[in-house]
Design a protein around this ligand. Structure first.
Ligand SMILES: NC(=O)c1ccc[n+]([C@@H]2O[C@H](COP(=O)([O-])OP(=O)(O)OC[C@H]3O[C@@H](n4cnc5c(N)ncnc54)[C@H](O)[C@@H]3O)[C@@H](O)[C@H]2O)c1
Length: 380
């Protein structure tokens, strides 16, 4: 029995992250988990554990709706491997289903641009799953940026160790061609956040970290970043070192990664009047009554944080608002997703060329309609 006024949501792809979305959908009073779709028959048991329907394909799900006189689901969370994001999203959009697409929005900016155009034609709303924008630590950091004065520099790290079975269970993660590699899977979160907090990145220089696993996918890089507004920063990222210096361990936002209490300085934001450190949320500053100087003491002041909601819950609430047209635009749009992907492109090109690379503008991207897998005459 479908409750009135709740939105019917499907989860497409039930590997590592899909079931987490499914759980949050079941907990939200505004949403119901209509079905889980995944070609892997082993995931039928995941659907069963949520007492929801299971289908191996989107087509089968739609056939079920037609046969039973049920309306199409309202929305879908796309949690398939990166290289399938655009084709799966386009198939869902062809039925008018609104989309929350996991990051990265696609594996190329050209296919992502084509998806943007197709969704606009189909009147389908798209939210890109850079969910950290909803994280209370990020909201608090962003709200307190003014306290450091004029921002000059930023520094950050995302360093941890992924086990071998993470790659064996889902071999797409071993090769960049199928969307694997820590740069596309993880660094993209940080580059999205950096742009969200400090504006557009203009130029990136990147050096690849040593590869230890023997996979084709990258294991990390060290970056120098220049923002359009002059802020400059450095960032290091690796998924093959033992370290708690990463967003998840620092904030505890991922239930599978133990929170490391007392960790500091995963992001440091340096300004004319002080430095803000995250996730410890410490403001380092000098007394208003003395001149800024290295000979004067630097004071540490804690910043209060309000951890009211989990980011996945806030993101889902926002998706509901987007579908219901309670908000005008997505908090993370396809253009935001493409913009983050363009930064990853610049990282890759810099690694290849050994030179700093300008980040291309979203407007300059020529759409590639092939990956949509639809009749292209719709664009004529
Ligand atoms: N926001 C986050 O923090 C976060 C965390 C993890 C993963 N992700 C993203 O979520 C996506 C999935 O990652 P994952 O780690 O769960 O991958 P995974 O390999 O664990 O799971 C992918 C699932 O998709 C299924 N699948 C493949 N083709 C499909 C199709 N055509 N239709 C339906 N299902 C299909 C596979 O059978 C598999 O069960 C990736 O894009 C990844 O970048 C985001």
């Amino acid at each position: 029995m479908i409750a009135p006024n709740t939105l019917q949501i499907i989860v497409v792809g039930a590997g590592l992250i899909g079931p987490r979305h499914a759980f949050h959908i079941t907990q939200n009073p505004q949403t119901e988990l209509f079905a889980i779709i995944d070609p892997n028959p082993n995931t039928a048991s995941i659907a069963e554990s949520f007492t929801t329907l299971y289908f191996p394909t989107i087509e089968k799900c739609m056939e079920y709706c037609t046969t039973n006189g049920i309306a199409c689901p309202d929305g879908a969370v796309v949690c398939v491997p990166n290289h399938l994001h655009v084709s799966v999203s386009a198939e869902l959009a062809s039925y008018g289903i609104h989309l929350l697409v996991e990051k990265p929005i696609g594996s190329t900016v050209e296919e992502a641009k084509a998806l943007k155009q197709y969704c606009a034609i189909k009147n389908v709303k798209v939210l890109v799953g850079h969910h950290r924008r909803f994280n209370p630590y990020i909201m608090c950091t962003k709200n307190n940026l003014h306290r450091v004065g004029e921002i000059v520099a930023v520094q950050g790290s995302w360093m941890l160790s992924k086990p071998q079975d993470y790659f064996d269970v889902s071999p797409w993660r071993k090769d960049t061609v199928t969307g694997g590699g820590v740069l596309l899977i993880n660094l993209i979160h940080d580059l999205d956040l950096l742009q969200y907090m400090f504006g557009k990145i203009q130029r990136i220089y990147a050096e690849l970290l040593p590869q230890k696993r023997g996979h084709k996918a990258d294991e990390g890089a060290a970056l120098t970043i220049k923002f359009e507004n002059g802020i400059t920063g450095t960032f290091i990222c690796s998924d093959n070192v033992v370290s708690p210096f990463n967003f998840e361990a620092g904030t505890g936002e991922n239930p599978t990664i133990p929170k490391h209490n007392d960790i500091s300085g995963i992001y440091r934001i340096f300004g004319s009047k002080g430095t803000l450190s995250m996730p410890d949320l410490t403001l380092f500053h000098q007394s208003k009554h003395v001149e800024s100087s290295w000979t004067n003491p630097v004071i540490e002041s804690p910043i209060e944080i309000d951890i009211e909601k989990l980011p996945f819950d806030s993101q889902l609430d926002h998706f509901v608002d987007l579908i219901r047209e309670n908000v005008d635009s997505p908090f993370c749009s396809i253009d935001d997703g493409i913009s983050a992907l363009l930064c990853i492109d610049a990282v890759m090109k810099s690694i290849e060329s050994g030179m700093p690379v300008q980040v291309a503008d979203v407007k300059s991207i020529v759409p590639d309609y092939e990956k949509l897998g639809i009749d292209k005459s719709i664009f004529n």
